[in-house]
Design a protein around this ligand. Structure first.
Ligand SMILES: [Zn+2]
Length: 549
């Protein structure tokens, strides 16, 4: 046997669901060499081996966030932070924008992210005129927490050429009250504005990728699915990932989703470059094709077959591509070319449309193990679950939505619908390998609320929604490791600590299996190891004393 590059000994090494625990693990050439007793693993060490004392701590496979937006997160880190934990009132929101304007040259854009109209003291979106008063000399655009709605000030609207006479485009909204623009733009209604906003260039994008990737590592996340390359800046976003990987500035492994939407697409360029799903390498692998079919439930833009609570009878959300034939044709073309699909569909009406498109494509060109995905897939009906089983379509839901937005869901839908949403237990029983993710920056990248919600189905405020869908700790960690890898056809490559799999490990400061679930929210990742190399170490907590030679 070869000599280990790195050994972790004296702890509890969780190997994967149903595989139990070992005391120690050895990594060589980037891959797990062996798992076993301290004596067995120590015997594989040589003079140059990095020895890490687990000191009784839990080690798991590195986590894999199955749906998030890496470069957007990195860019958002440089924007005005308007999240509810930072900004509780409209006045604070305006103050934050004003403060940024004070240090920004006149005429330059000010962008903010993460406000939640339901959680603001006024319980509504800011109005254009309020942003004008705070910031008359800068174009301003603030984006709601779900990323699907935003409010612009008058200067920004003027620069975009949006006037009182500009009609709302198909699949979107340019909001007016009494004939006047409110500044609120939703879905495709944002396009005219976002088109004229300055785009980050490749060096800025590489910086954003690196900045965000390091944060993911600090949470024990060693892989992520980047859910929309090309969404804002087109092809340069792909160039940035390639550049980051080439220059060693990609901090973690990325499964890169290719935008192939009606209005935002880099699919032709990706296809010409041979970036079919599964190509690439172990750091940056080309992923599925992304299409959006609706918005968000808490923003009342997810497309439902039923009307939202407290609205008009036709208040059922927005289908981004209302023409089934059009969506089906887009899916068929990508499916025939060999791509996996990853279509954003939250409401059951959108899910219907996506399932119809998948069914037609799979009938045309059978591909039983293509594993087409439905991103979010929150509000499906039982009859849709059966169709997912029949086609082996994978759900890619976000337990963090339930954790952060559970109460908001209760405001937009009847309780039985909320409790039956995100049905993890049903998906597991159906063999659909539901993964775990955050959709960051829509919610925090922090994996702890995700694990906590999977295990308890509790919101941040402690409300239990759908007790019947709770998972065990092992099932929750399985979702965050193996199942996420399954969603990218990489379950034989990573997600478990068994010989031959990638040497990606997270070390925790407490045993997630034995602590009270509430304590999971306080757990820390002490060490993240990527391919046998220490990629993150929590200050003073990571390596600890060297293991005995
Ligand atoms: Zn997303």
């Amino acid at each position: 046997m070869s000599v280990a590059d790195c050994i972790l000994t004296g702890g509890r090494v969780w190997k994967g669901k149903g595989l139990g625990f070992a005391e120690a693990v050895a990594i060589a050439d980037g891959k797990v060499l062996a798992v076993g007793s301290d004596a067995e693993i120590t015997a594989l060490a040589g003079p140059k081996t990095e020895r890490i004392a687990l000191d009784g701590r839990l080690a798991t496979p590195g986590l894999y966030d199955a749906h998030m937006h890496l470069h957007m997160y990195g860019l958002a880190m440089a924007e005005v932070d308007l999240r509810p934990q930072v900004v509780e009132t409209l006045e604070q929101l305006l103050d934050a924008v004003r403060a940024k304007a004070a240090v920004t040259p006149k005429g330059e854009w000010i962008t903010g992210r993460g406000y939640d109209n339901f959680k603001l003291d006024v319980g509504r979106h800011p109005f254009r005129e309020e942003l004008d008063m705070a910031c008359p000399d800068h174009p301003v655009y603030v984006v709601r927490t779900d990323g699907h709605l935003g409010v612009a000030n008058s200067l920004a609207l003027e620069m975009a050429g949006i006037t009182e006479d500009t009609p709302s485009p198909e699949g979107g909204l340019i909001e007016r009250k009494n004939g006047r623009l409110t500044g609120l733009l939703a879905e495709t209604g944002r396009q005219q504005l976002t088109d004229i906003m300055p785009k980050a260039d490749v060096p800025q994008l590489v910086e954003a990728i690196e900045r965000a990737g390091k944060v993911l590592l600090s949470h024990g996340i060693t892989s992520c699915m980047e859910a929309a390359i090309g969404i804002q800046g087109g092809w340069p976003e792909m160039e940035a990932y390639l550049e980051a990987n080439r220059t060693g500035r990609l901090p973690l492994r990325v499964y890169g989703t290719i935008m192939g939407d009606k209005t935002q697409s880099i699919l032709d360029q990706a296809t010409a470059a041979g970036m079919i799903t599964g190509t690439g390498d172990e750091m940056f692998r080309h992923g599925p094709v992304k299409i959006f079919t609706d918005g968000s439930a808490s923003g009342r833009t997810a497309a439902m077959t039923w009307a939202y609570k407290g609205g008009d009878p036709d208040d059922k959300g927005i289908l981004c591509i209302p023409d089934q034939a059009e969506l089906s044709a887009m899916v068929l073309a990508a499916h025939r070319a060999g791509y996996q699909m990853a279509i954003h569909a939250i409401g059951d009406a959108a899910i219907d449309e996506v399932l119809n498109a998948y069914e037609a494509a799979l009938k045309d060109t059978p591909a039983p193990d293509r594993r087409h995905r439905i991103e979010h897939c929150g509000w499906l009906r039982p009859d849709q679950l059966q169709r997912m089983i029949d086609m082996h379509v994978l759900p890619v839901p976000q337990p963090s939505f339930m954790y952060w937005f559970g109460e908001l869901y209760c405001a937009v839908a009847e309780l039985d619908k909320v409790e039956g949403s995100h049905p993890y237990r049903d998906w597991i029983n159906a063999g659909l390998e539901p993964s775990a993710s955050t959709d960051c920056p829509v919610t925090e990248i922090d994996p702890r609320p995700v694990l906590y919600n999977l295990i308890t189905r509790k919101t941040a405020k402690g409300l239990v929604l759908g007790e019947a869908q709770r998972l065990s700790v092992e099932e929750a960690l399985h979702a965050y490791t193996y199942a996420s890898a399954y969603g990218s056809h990489e379950e034989e490559v990573k997600g478990r600590l068994i010989p031959g799999q990638l040497g990606d490990v997270a070390v925790w400061d407490r045993d997630l299996f034995t602590i009270d679930p509430a304590e999971i929210l306080q757990a820390n990742c002490d060490l993240a190891i990527l391919g046998g190399r220490i990629a993150h170490e929590r200050a003073g907590q990571g390596v600890r004393d060297k293991a005995d030679a």
